[in-house]
Design a protein around this ligand. Structure first.
Ligand code: 6LW
Length: 494
């Protein structure tokens, strides 16, 4: 791998990466599901440092995530540059369906999103032939109509990308080697060929990448003799589930493949607390076919995030559950105030804002004032899987909710300011401890930190929850009004 490339590229849940190069600038988009703002755009010039520069979906009208089931919402963008503008095609799953957004610059503002009602599927790709014909190639997992949930392979249709009109009936194209869930198609023109790259095998441990080629963007395509050209399945590689990616030419002429993968942990390496993250690997063309190298993990990166709530606007890292952070919380003079309507963390519409958990060993804390309400710090995977430290009346309650099971530990609230915290600590792999990490839930007392509970972390992992996201850690208000000060996150470890 090129010496300075770093893996993961984007820590914390950031699946389905799509990348575009314009001159010396690289832009990358990932999926956000039920969270807003949606569809982050990251920018880099050296492919080492990536900065979050904005989001495509910055109003509740862009994506109809308010009422989608968890795991629905923004799936699998394709980011492209054509005719002096940026294009992003995406599925708002169970929401607005297939959409195309455009922008003059990827930091925004983006257009309102043009529906493509003739495409009933996921993972839409956009490609233009030299005569200007626009092809949308997608995975025909039916999200609406008769046969919801059925999967008809990869399909393609010619479209007018400006109006969203389909210009012919969709037709099937090459759909892989026969592994399950052919998805994530991207079309590339290279040295006289059109290449159709897809993922297959499902987004779990069988995830793979396969490629085919033809002389027309509409096919027919013949599969590579070496398919699948990438998979970590049945290997001891530290990054598993590798697949669903996009190809780009690096500054030094090196082809690079940006893709999703999971850092798995535990005695049998079975659990991924951060879900699917973005990785990169090198690739090359050999005899007219693409070769992709296995994904290597580079040295652990440490990181920190803090917010003193002095600025009236949210830093771009904050995510709101089914609503924009600014519509859920008010920031003023060092305080973040949330107002709850009775929905706790077990509700799909909890009043919750948080950041992606990016590391394995982490510590997060926040001061909480619940004199007028109930709330605290929570680590959420989904509404069925979350751990919290809550202040309520004269009590501090640690709570672990896993599917239909829930357990609580409570103490009398210590005197003074209430600073609640959560620590995640990697478990040393071995047969004595099969889990990925333990989560310690606590509160500061007058004589130092007080541990309320130590909870097994495996239940907040991609494998236990079957959610498409990852852990998000942040603050919530169940009822009344709760005010927070000085949010702090530090993390390290792969
Ligand atoms: C996405 C599909 C997949 O649409 O998971 O891994 C879905 N790939 O391609 C949601 O991220």
């Amino acid at each position: 791998m090129t010496a300075q490339l770093r893996n993961p590229v984007l820590s914390g849940f950031n699946p389905d990466p799509s990348i575009v190069r314009v001159g010396d600038d690289y832009y990358l988009a990932t999926s956000t599901f039920e969270y807003l703002p949606g569809l982050p755009i990251y920018h880099s010039t050296d492919l080492v440092e990536w900065n979050l520069i904005g989001h495509v979906a910055v109003t509740p009208d862009h994506l109809a995530v308010h009422d989608v089931p968890t795991g629905g919402g923004a799936w699998a963008p394709t980011l492209r540059y054509h005719n002096q503008q940026f294009w992003l095609a995406v599925t708002d799953a169970m929401g607005r369906g297939t959409l195309i957004f455009t922008a003059g610059h990827p930091s925004g503002p983006w257009s309102a999103g043009t529906p493509v009602p003739g495409v009933n599927g996921i993972d839409p790709d956009l490609a233009w032939d030299s005569d200007g014909t626009c092809y949308m190639t997608y995975s025909a997992l039916r999200l609406t109509g008769d046969g919801v949930g059925s999967h008809d392979g990869i399909e393609q249709v010619r479209i007018n990308p400006t109006t969203g009109e389909t210009l012919c009936d969709p037709y099937p194209v090459w759909s892989g080697t026969g592994l399950m869930f052919p998805e994530a198609p991207h079309l590339y023109q290279h040295e006289g060929w059109w290449y159709l790259l897809i993922a297959e095998g499902g987004t779990e441990r069988g995830h793979s990448v396969s490629i085919s080629r033809g002389t027309s963007p509409a096919g027919p395509f013949e599969g590579a003799p070496t398919n699948p050209i990438l998979s970590a399945r049945s290997t001891a590689r530290p990054v598993q589930n590798t697949g669903h990616g996009d190809l780009v030419l690096g500054p030094d002429g090196q082809w690079l493949f940006y893709l999703l993968g999971m850092r798995t942990h535990g005695g049998t390496r079975s659990f991924s607390p951060r879900g699917r993250e973005t990785f990169v690997t090198t690739a090359r063309w050999v005899d007219g076919w693409l070769e992709v190298d296995p994904v290597e993990l580079t040295d652990p990166q440490s990181g920190a995030f803090s917010d003193d709530f002095m600025s009236p606007t949210f830093p771009l890292q904050w995510l709101g559950l089914r609503a924009l952070p600014a519509d859920l919380a008010h920031r003023s003079a060092g305080h973040l105030t949330l107002r709850g309507d009775g929905a706790g963390m077990s509700d799909a519409h909890a009043t919750f804002v948080g950041i992606r958990l990016m590391h394995l060993d982490t510590h997060t804390s926040v001061e909480v004032d619940t004199s007028a309400g109930i709330g605290g710090l929570s680590m959420r995977y989904d509404e069925a899987h979350h751990y919290s430290v809550e202040a309520r009346g004269n009590q501090v309650i640690a709570r672990a909710c896993v599917a239909t099971l829930s357990q609580e530990w409570s103490i009398e609230r210590p005197a003074g300011t209430t600073r609640v915290w959560m620590t995640t600590r990697a478990v040393t792999p071995g047969f004595a401890a099969m889990s990925c990490d333990e989560v310690i839930l606590g509160v500061d007392g007058p004589h130092g930190p007080i541990e309320l509970a130590v909870v097994d972390g495996r239940f907040l992992s991609a494998e236990s929850t079957c959610s498409f996201t990852g852990r998000v850690i942040g603050v919530y208000c169940e009822s009344g009004e709760v005010s927070f000060q000085n949010f702090s996150y530090t993390g390290s470890g792969n």
